[in-house]
Design a protein around this ligand. Structure first.
Ligand SMILES: [Zn+2]
Length: 280
C-alpha cells in the first residue's frame, strides 16, 4: 500500500501521523511525508534559504529514523495559496506516489498554510483520476482514500474521529522523529511558548533534552487520545483507558470511501495489528 501524508510544514506529518507512518513503513508499505512549504519562517532567529535547508535536513533525518521518505516543496512558509499551480503539484505528487491513502489537514485550522494545504488536497481528490488534467503524469485508475489529520478546532464542526490508532508502542520512535527536528522542538516552539530558557543545551546530553521534550510537547501529543476517548472505547472497550497516545483520522467525503468501519480498520492493520497477530 502507498501512503502519502501531505502537511503544510516539515514537522506536520511527524506530529500528526509519525507513529502511523513509521508502522506502515515497518510493515513494508511505501510512505512519503510531504511538506508543501519549505518552512523558511519557522524560527525566531534564522530564516530564508538557510532555515529551509536546515528544516529539509531535519525532515530527512526524521524520515530515516521512521523508515519512510520525506519531501518538501519550495513554497514560502506562511504564503501558501491553494491556486491552480499548487493543485497541479499536489495531483502530480499523489499520482507519482500511486497513493492508496492520503492524509492531510482539515480546512478549519489556525494556520493559513494548513487551511490551504487541505484545500489543495481536496481540490486534487477527484482530479487525480482525470487523465486530461496534468496529462504528463498518468491518472490514477482508483481514487485514493483521503483522511484528515487531527486538530482541536470546533468551528464550523469539531474533528470527527472515524478511526483512532493507538501509537503507545511506537512512541519511542515518534519522540526520536521530533527530537531530530531541533529547530522546531528545542528552539522555535519553546520560544513561541516563552520557555526557550528551560531547554537543556545540547551539552547536557541527549537524554536530558529528550526528557525535557516529552514534558514540553507531551500534552500536545496526548490531546488526541483525550478528545477521541469515546471513539477509542467504542473500538477497544476497557483497553482504551490505558492508552496515552493515539493518532486519529477523519474520513474525507471526497475520493474513495471504505465500505464500512471494518474496511477502514483493515486499512490500518499495520497500526492496529503491528505484529501481524489476529487480535485488534
Ligand atoms: Zn504546520
Amino acid at each position: 500500500m502507498n501512503l502519502i501524508c501531505i502537511g503544510a510544514h516539515p514537522d506536520d506529518p511527524e506530529v500528526f501521523a509519525g507513529g502511523v507512518m513509521t508502522l506502515f513503513a515497518r510493515a513494508g508499505h511505501r510512505v512519503l511525508a510531504v511538506s508543501l512549504t519549505n518552512g523558511d519562517i519557522g524560527h525566531h532567529e534564522m530564516g530564508g534559504g538557510a532555515l529551509a535547508q536546515r528544516r529539509a535536513a531535519e525532515a530527512r533525518a526524521a524520515a530515516e529514523i521512521g523508515g519512510y521518505t520525506s519531501l518538501a516543496l519550495d513554497h514560502h512558509d506562511g504564503e501558501l495559496v491553494a491556486d491552480l499551480p499548487l493543485r497541479r503539484e499536489v495531483v502530480r505528487l499523489i499520482r507519482e506516489h500511486e497513493a492508496d491513502v492520503v492524509l492531510t489537514h482539515r480546512t478549519n485550522d489556525y494556520h493559513p498554510d494548513h487551511r490551504y494545504t487541505s484545500q489543495a488536497v481536496q481540490d486534487a481528490a477527484f482530479m487525480v483520476t482525470v487523465p486530461q488534467f496534468c496529462p504528463d503524469v498518468p491518472a490514477l485508475r482508483r481514487n485514493p482514500i483521503f483522511l484528515y489529520l487531527f486538530d482541536p478546532f470546533t468551528q464550523p464542526a469539531p474533528f470527527r474521529a472515524d478511526i483512532v490508532l493507538p501509537v503507545d508502542g511506537v512512541m519511542d520512535v515518534k519522540w526520536r522523529l521530533l527530537d531530530a527536528m531541533a529547530s522546531q522542538f528545542y528552539e522555535w516552539l519553546p520560544w513561541l511558548d516563552g520557555r526557550l530558557e528551560e531547554v537543556p543545551p545540547a551539552s547536557k546530553g541527549e537524554t536530558a533534552r529528550r526528557v525535557w521534550l516529552e514534558g514540553f510537547f507531551g500534552p500536545e501529543l496526548e490531546l488526541p487520545a483525550q478528545v477521541c476517548r469515546e471513539r477509542l472505547r467504542a473500538q477497544l472497550g476497557n483497553r482504551a483507558d490505558a492508552i496515552r497516545y493515539v493518532e486519529a483520522f477523519q474520513l474525507c467525503e471526497y475520493g474513495s470511501r471504505p465500505r464500512d468501519a471494518v474496511a477502514l480498520a483493515s486499512l490500518f492493520a499495520p497500526v492496529l495489528n503491528p505484529d501481524g497477530g489476529a487480535s485488534t
